[in-house]
Design a protein around this ligand. Structure first.
Ligand code: HXC
Ligand code: NAP
Length: 291
């Protein structure tokens, strides 16, 4: 065999589509997406992006006031969107929404488990109700939604679920034991359902963002500028994410280019969760020979 010959087993690629095709086909027309907590913060940015890319987007959370901005933008920009009041901890409400989406569209292509509750509290002072509030929203809520919308996806031949985590699911973080335990549970749920439901054509993935500004995070995690500054200094990129940067990553994971990604968690945190060894940022490196 001369070196110019196609090796045995190699595919003929001359006229086949290239990988660039998958990169340019980010199009959600005809798809139905459900975003919990889709009216504020990151959920709103995911909802806006998917709606602009053609999906019919259902947003669902406790407060109808939080739905106004998305619904108004849908009207103004000709997007297709619906909002429902829903507490993800209430199984009857979750089941009713899954039935409504199925009856209306006969499908559910995308579920984003984005709803969350969080606040900083020393673990020794955390009450049972406070622990339950966060575990209920993040862990129970993600499971109830995955189960009920997953049933629709199984019956209709497939779909995808994207869970929003935080890197402290595996690094841990003082003051948020409730949220860290709940997010770690959702990471296990991501991996478990990815394997269990792959045969139904359902992919399950996750994103773990670092800090970004949202009303909920500002009120509950970094209530003043000093907290915010200290947090920012620990991020190698020296800034918080723009929620649209995180939403873009979420859309990418839901797009055809990610069709073989399953059970994975993508960290998008500017390098914040990587180890910095013993050095403060920049220190030590300056103490090189000759400096
Ligand atoms: C201590 C608190 C508390 C606090 C509430 N509780 N806030 N305990 N410190 N700051 C206690 C209450 O006293 C009560 O316990 C129990 O929690 C339940 O309180 P409710 O107000 O009845 O709960 P509920 O109405 O269900 O509200 C849920 C919530 C709230 C989680 C408490 O914060 C919320 O609605 N959050 C949604 C928005 C949000 O948190 N977004 C942030 C996402 S950022 P007792 O025993 O007193 O009855 C994020 C990741 C950030 O998740 C990562 C950054 C790196
Ligand atoms: P956010 O704007 O406060 O979003 C939380 C959303 O959850 C709200 O829309 C809220 O709407 C909804 N929600 C809360 N409890 C609910 C319940 N019981 N049932 C239904 N919906 C409920 O905060 P965010 O910062 O954008 O957070 C979005 C996601 O990113 C969360 O999963 C969070 O853990 C994650 N995250 C955030 C950061 C950050 O720095 N901000 C970092 C890492 C991960 P209602 O109040 O209307 O119910």
């Amino acid at each position: 065999m001369s070196s110019a010959e196609t090796p045995r087993g190699a595919t003929e690629t001359a006229h086949a589509p290239t990988a660039a095709g998958a990169l340019s086909s980010i199009d959600f027309r005809g798809q139905v997406a459900v975003i919990t907590g889709g009216g504020t913060g990151l959920g709103l940015e995911i909802s806006r992006a998917l709606a602009e890319l053609g999906a019919h987007v259902w947003i669902a959370s406790r407060s109808a006031d939080h739905h106004r901005a998305f619904l108004d933008e849908c009207t103004a920009r000709g997007w297709s969107g619906t909002a429902r009041v829903l507490d993800v901890r209430e199984t009857a409400q979750v089941g009713a929404l899954a039935r409504e989406v199925d009856e209306r569209h006969g499908r559910c292509d995308i579920l984003v488990n984005n709803a969350a509750g969080n606040f900083v509290c020393p673990s020794e002072r955390l009450s049972e109700r406070a622990w339950r509030a966060v575990l209920g929203i993040v862990l129970d809520g993600s499971f109830y939604c995955s189960r009920d919308f997953g049933r629709v996806m199984i019956a209709r031949g497939g779909g995808q679920i994207l869970n929003v985590l935080a890197t402290y699911a595996w690094t841990g973080m003082p003051g948020v034991v409730h949220s860290a335990c709940a997010k770690a549970g959702v990471l296990a749920m991501t991996r478990t359902l990815a394997v269990e439901w792959a045969r139904h054509g359902i992919r399950v993935n996750a994103v773990a963002p670092g800090p970004f500004q949202s009303d909920g995070a500002r009120a509950n995690l970094w209530p003043d500028e000093e907290h915010e500054r200290r947090l920012r200094e620990r991020i190698p990129l020296q800034r918080f994410a723009d929620p649209r940067e995180v939403a873009a990553q979420c859309v990418w994971l839901l797009a055809p280019a990610s069709a073989y990604l399953n059970g994975e968690c993508v960290t998008i945190d500017g390098g914040a969760s990587l180890g910095q060894g013993m050095w403060e940022q920049g220190a030590g490196i300056r103490r090189q020979r000759g400096d």
